[in-house]
Design a protein around this ligand. Structure first.
Ligand code: ZN
Length: 271
């Protein structure tokens, strides 16, 4: 799974986002986004960011184009709210089509932080939600509320916010991932039983990932190396495989996640 995290706005005179109580939305959004990225990566989710610093200038169109080009599964935009009424507080999640996810995220963030749950709100007028189908925009709290603004700068509060977001995403997408897992897991188990050994480094990585993220492995390591053991002949016959010194190499550029997965299953069925 690939997620684009979008720290709202940028540290530019034209677009700091909301300002108040000595804080800037662009900066708080960046801090929270960076923490969210780290947390999601613990779950082996591949994360990208639309901007990594406060100086980066990036338009809304560029943000969604980047998301489309990288074929992300989800776009999560991080913002801080503001209101004329300084007492306004709490968390809300804006969405265009992702109602269920928006509701779950808002509820989870409110539960983990104790902040008011202002709920999920459908917005069809926002460019940032219109450019990519699977998107949510999280308003983490109000910069205009002195008490809430102070909390938003605290590391522990930011951690509570992002852990709730990450856990909700992991929970929601787990079902799909687990369905893929079972077949893949059976195939790899069969390869082990039949003594088709997987290169130790790759195997450890695969095992650590609970076989969920062959895609992540291929992207991060650059290649997965399968030692074909006694089955080189069988494997050599399979299409699109490069056999080098009794090892099969495949790279992310040449093989998609689906290709790698079906390859493992194909090999398992033949041994
Ligand atoms: Zn904003």
């Amino acid at each position: 799974m690939k997620i684009m995290i979008d720290p709202g706005h940028r540290n530019n005179i034209l677009d700091y986002g909301a300002c108040g109580n000595g804080q800037k939305e662009s900066y708080l959004a960046l801090q929270i986004s960076q923490k969210l990225k780290k947390e999601l990566e613990k779950h082996h989710i591949i994360c990208y960011m639309t901007r990594e610093t406060e100086k980066q200038t990036i338009s809304i169109l560029e943000r969604t184009t980047k998301t489309l080009n990288l074929k992300c599964d989800l776009f999560v935009s991080i913002h801080i709210n503001s209101a004329a009424n300084n007492n306004a507080s709490g968390i809300e999640v804006l969405y265009k089509g992702e109602k269920e996810l928006a509701e779950s995220v808002s509820q989870a963030m409110s539960t983990s932080t104790g902040a008011t749950n202002r709920g999920a709100k459908q917005r069809t007028d926002l460019g940032i939600l219109n450019g990519f189908e699977k998107a949510i925009l999280i308003e983490c709290g109000f910069i205009s509320n002195a008490k809430e603004c102070k909390k938003l700068t605290e590391t522990s509060y930011q951690e509570n916010l992002i852990k709730a977001v990450a856990n909700t995403i992991v929970k929601k997408y787990k079902i799909v991932i687990d369905n893929i897992d079972l077949e893949l897991k059976d195939a790899v188990n069969k390869l082990i039983v039949k003594d088709v050994k997987i290169n130790a480094v790759s195997w450890n990585t695969l095992e650590k990932m609970n076989l969920r993220y062959t895609e992540a492995l291929v992207e991060k390591v650059g290649r997965a190396v399968f030692n074909t053991g006694n089955y080189a002949d069988t494997i050599e016959k399979l299409n699109n495989i490069e056999v080098i010194s009794n090892k099969i190499l495949w790279t992310e550029k040449r093989f998609t996640k689906e290709a790698v997965r079906s390859l493992i299953i194909k090999v398992a069925n033949k041994v």
